[in-house]
Design a binder for this molecule. Structure first.
Ligand code: SF4
Length: 280
């Protein structure tokens, strides 16, 4: 089988930076534990490596002792997490991606100026929970054009809309068009990250030139699953976390496979998949 790799695939700038910062902390740690609030990234295999190195994962600040070292992951967190961790005298290692931090700043700034905040994204995603925490958790979160029909916007209010960094560009544009038809005073901040755009466009280009696509990344990774959907519309597509999920008998009918990977997929997992495919 011939294998072609998407021009932009795998760890993005923000994840690479966060993973290095976290690894450096673990390498230099003393006998005290280093904590993260939730999984460092949405990739189980990578997270397991960090746990083996000594990272302790907790889902709430209450479960982390005072005076501990706390790694804030690249998805970012709500403003109150900074306040609460400071009151617990924690040593914070902030790996929030600068592109996410920029959204926090926009949301706080516009919210302070009296704007209502709209976020285009998945309400349950940690990045959105974090962003919403910079406007008192009062944002309107929407993820489809249809949802807009059920919202009543006030004529007196000013609105500012931002997007989840991994949002689909086409969907964001459609939502903005519809919002503009309903809201008089709307400020639009397209905060989709260029890494996401690049990965999506590269996946589209490659999907058009191969017989099937293999998309590698966590089942809970939002940007990975968006790549899966994009590719699926063009060619048969297999969504996997590691090479162990590849089924030889299902792949043998294809001559050329394209490979792409979400922004939280480490290189070593991508390399293993490529090697396996080449052997078919
Ligand atoms: S996808 Fe973009 S915003 Fe998200 S971590 Fe990567 S570089 Fe940062």
């Amino acid at each position: 089988m011939k294998v072609r790799i998407a021009e932009n695939a795998g760890f993005c700038f923000g994840v690479k930076r966060a993973m290095k910062m976290a690894w450096d902390e673990l390498e230099n740690k003393d006998s005290n534990d280093v904590y993260s609030l939730g999984p460092l990234i949405h990739n189980k295999q990578a997270v397991d490596r960090y746990k083996e190195k000594g990272l302790v994962e907790k889902d709430s600040l209450d479960k982390i002792p005072n005076d501990s070292k706390l790694i804030i992951r690249s998805h970012g967190v709500a403003q109150k997490i900074y306040t609460e961790s400071k009151s617990k005298n924690m040593d914070i290692v902030d790996t929030t991606c600068p592109f996410v931090k920029k959204i926090h700043d926009i949301v706080k700034d516009f919210s302070d100026k009296g704007y209502k905040i709209i976020i285009v994204g998945n309400v349950n995603h940690p990045e959105i929970i974090g962003i919403n925490g910079w406007c008192n958790n009062e944002a309107i979160v929407i993820n489809s054009e249809k949802e807009i029909d059920n919202i009543s916007f006030s004529k007196e209010d000013k609105y500012c809309v931002v997007s989840q960094t991994t949002a689909n560009l086409e969907l964001f544009d459609k939502i903005i068009t519809k919002l503009k038809s309903k809201i008089e005073n709307l400020t639009v901040k397209n905060t989709i990250c260029f890494a996401t755009k690049e990965r999506q466009l590269s996946a589209i280009d490659l999907s058009k030139e191969v017989d099937c696509m293999i998309v590698i990344g966590g089942k809970h990774s939002s940007n990975t699953q968006k790549l899966v959907n994009i590719c699926k519309d063009i060619v048969p597509t297999f969504s996997i976390e590691t090479k162990d999920e590849l089924e030889k008998n299902k792949l043998q009918e294809f001559k050329v496979a394209g490979v792409t990977a979400g922004a939280s997929t480490p290189d070593w997992i991508i390399d293993e998949v490529i090697e396996y495919l080449k052997e078919i």
